[in-house]
Write a protein that binds this ligand. Structure first.
Ligand code: GAL
Length: 634
């Protein structure tokens, strides 16, 4: 698969006289793709039903004439102000009951049927206009679902939709009362229209109620997206894409992805390190201008699964962003490194955000490839370098990874709903496991929770899965590698209750979790032979062999040769030891990656990325700080 570069561009922000010069410069930089349109509804349809396509026609034409390919964005993340006059109740409502008003973006409620119709209309109108335009070679639907925490809304539309959703799911209030356990605290309902959204309760609402609301809300994102997919499909053969965000778990991305052709995500490594990744003070300092060395890779691997193998980075950080608590500039070389890392993980295209820094409005301090005065910003030369290198690089075919990590959105909602310990969070747990795999030099595939075939992998990790799906349970029953399930896996029913008999229900493996404990940051459960669990520990019972014990003799890992259960959350060094032992047992070679150096194998190539601030020697090659090295795969 050839790799390509692109950029995000807002022709409506610049005088038309500048477009052709911009386009020529993009082409000369070696860019292939230009994403446009995704926030321009107010210009496409200045008044209800009155379209103005002329400017957009000319923009597409100008870009196309420069041999650039357009990714056309549907503008549904920014409905124009007149939309509110038409649909006054279309705004989302926060958990405190306050409307989330006009004046920025994403001011809509996924549940609102009238707004969905408006989205269908504009998507269809755009499809009719540009669906067969030879320059429009891909589509982006909406922009970053859930950005600014917009999946969950407590509006009237959501309440009504939720009641209908519950009525369909349970058919009778009695069935719902039983499933939720509403006999507890006299919470029974006599009718579906008595049920409110789970906000503004006196103390915590029933977790089963919250879980159904989370499922309902996720379903609304899927349905909202599908409306535009259905509108566009008959009108274009170009691939349909959405640009997801990092560490966003509020909706089931696999289900949105099932309706689309490619999963893209927006990668802001430095912004992320600053405000979305836990880490020691030292890590935050060491990687301040590079981003966490595993964060980008994790999301590439996750979204490759969401995209059923097809991945893009739709927005790539080029310089300082404007939205994190602190916004340092990347080390020279990082805008190149991030792009190559994305390609090594399977991305077909990487588009920098944005072409030119805007001198006005909210994002005026967000860097682009050009400064506001059109002079080159530092990332422009790096983008040009990547473009030259791509041209020299043979096609990069993805290989199946050596190990698999199962990642599940519903489990994230479950543990969010009932964390039991302040530090228990699904992303954090999965990311801890992922980081350990990468420190061992392994190339990871992330798999959805209904995976039914584990046979390509010698090692599989399944941390934090609320309930094992039937296909996964069946796959585990016949698995010939080593699967490590847990902690906190298969311990709930789908109704968010403790199953009877108690879990986990691992095929042919007699292990039961009898009690769970969460631990404050000051506490550890020490393990025999060194190491410790943090945050979380489960008491195990059963006849399965014990592979690892706590210092005081309680089981820490139990199970057979192929299927084992992990009773706690290992600290980093302990995770390394556990994974090292499992890889040895599974016959999987590992590497000991120096700090900040990470490896990714494609079918034929080995890529090394140095996120560190100093050069690293690797088998006789010196990889500079913020540098990339590639060689034939051993
Ligand atoms: C993304 C968004 C872009 C822009 C960018 C700034 O979240 O999709 O429109 O706001 O962040 O970093």
């Amino acid at each position: 698969m050839p790799r390509t570069l692109g950029v995000c561009y807002y022709p409506e922000h610049w005088p038309e006289a500048q477009w052709a010069t911009d386009a020529a410069r993009m082409r000369d930089t070696g860019l292939t793709w230009v994403r446009i349109g995704e926030f321009a509804w107010s210009l496409m349809e200045p008044a209800p039903g009155t379209y103005d396509w002329d400017w957009l026609d000319r923009a597409v034409e100008t870009l196309g004439n420069a041999v650039l390919k357009v990714v056309m964005g549907t503008p549904t993340a920014t409905p124009p102000r007149w939309m509110l006059d038409k649909l006054p109740d279309m705004l989302a409502v926060d958990a405190q009951g306050r409307p989330r008003r006009f004046g920025s973006r994403r001011h809509y409620d996924f549940s609102h049927p009238g707004y969905r119709e408006e989205c269908r209309r504009i998507a269809r109108a755009m499809g009719e206009r540009y669906g067969r335009n030879p320059h429009v070679a891909a589509w982006q639907i909406d922009n970053e679902y859930d950005c600014h925490d917009t999946t969950l809304s407590y509006s009237d539309a959501a309440r009504l939709g939720f009641r209908n959703w519950l009525a369909q799911k349970y058919q009778s209030p009695d069935a719902l009362n039983r499933a939720w356990g509403n006999v507890f605290w006299s919470m029974q309902y006599d009718a579906f229209d008595q049920i409110d959204l789970p906000n503004l309760t006196v103390t915590e609402p029933n977790p089963a109620h919250v879980m159904d609301f989370r499922r309902y809300s996720s379903d609304q994102v899927v349905a909202f997206n599908r409306v535009q997919v259905d509108a566009l499909r008959p009108l274009t053969d170009a691939p349909l894409i959405h640009n997801y965000m990092g560490r966003t778990l509020t909706f089931d991305h696999y289900r949105v992805g099932a309706d689309l052709d490619i999963a893209a995500w927006d990668s802001y490594p430095i912004g992320f390190l600053s405000d979305r990744i836990e880490g020691t003070k030292k890590e935050k300092q060491t990687f301040l201008r590079q981003g966490h060395p595993d964060n980008q890779a994790f999301h590439h691997d996750l979204y490759r699964a969401v995209g059923k193998g097809r991945l893009w980075v739709m927005e790539q950080q080029p310089g300082p962003v404007n939205w994190a608590p602190y916004n340092p500039a990347p080390l020279p070389g990082m805008a190149r490194l991030w792009a190559w890392e994305a390609f090594a993980h399977g991305a077909e295209a990487v588009c920098y955000f944005r072409w030119r820094q805007a001198p006005f409005a909210q994002e005026q301090l967000h860097a682009g490839l050009l400064r506001p005065d059109s002079q080159p910003a530092p990332a422009l030369a790096e983008a040009a370098q990547v473009a030259e290198e791509i041209a020299q690089m043979p096609d990069l075919d993805q290989a199946t990874g050596n190990v698999a990590l199962i990642f599940d959105y519903e489990s994230a909602w479950a543990w969010d709903t009932q964390p039991q310990g302040a530090d228990f969070e699904m992303f954090r747990l999965a990311f801890a496991a992922y980081r350990a795999l990468r420190r061992a030099g392994l190339s990871v595939d992330i798999l959805p929770p209904d995976t039914g075939d584990l046979s390509p992998y010698k090692l599989v990790l399944a941390p934090g899965l609320m309930t094992l799906s039937d296909p996964l349970r069946a796959a585990l029953a016949t698995y010939h590698g080593i699967a490590l399930v847990g902690p906190r896996s298969d311990l709930k029913t789908r109704d968010m209750a403790i199953p009877m008999p108690m879990g986990p229900h691992l095929p042919d493996t007699d292990v039961t979790v009898t009690l769970v404990e969460s631990l404050p940051p000051s506490d550890r459960i020490r393990l025999q032979g060194g190491g410790a669990f943090r945050h979380w520990f489960e008491h195990l019972e059963g006849t399965a062999p014990v592979h690892l014990s706590t210092k005081d003799g309680r089981p820490a890992i139990m199970g057979g040769d192929h299927l084992r259960y992990l009773a706690g959350w290992p600290d980093d060094a302990t995770f390394d030891g556990i994974i090292g032992g499992l890889c040895d047992a599974a016959g999987l070679p590992t590497l000991q990656m120096p700090d900040g150096l990470r490896v990714r194998d494609t079918a034929t190539m080995r890529f090394l990325f140095n996120y560190g601030m100093t050069p690293v020697d690797w088998n006789g090659t010196t990889i500079p700080a913020a540098g990339v090295h590639w060689e034939a795969r051993p």
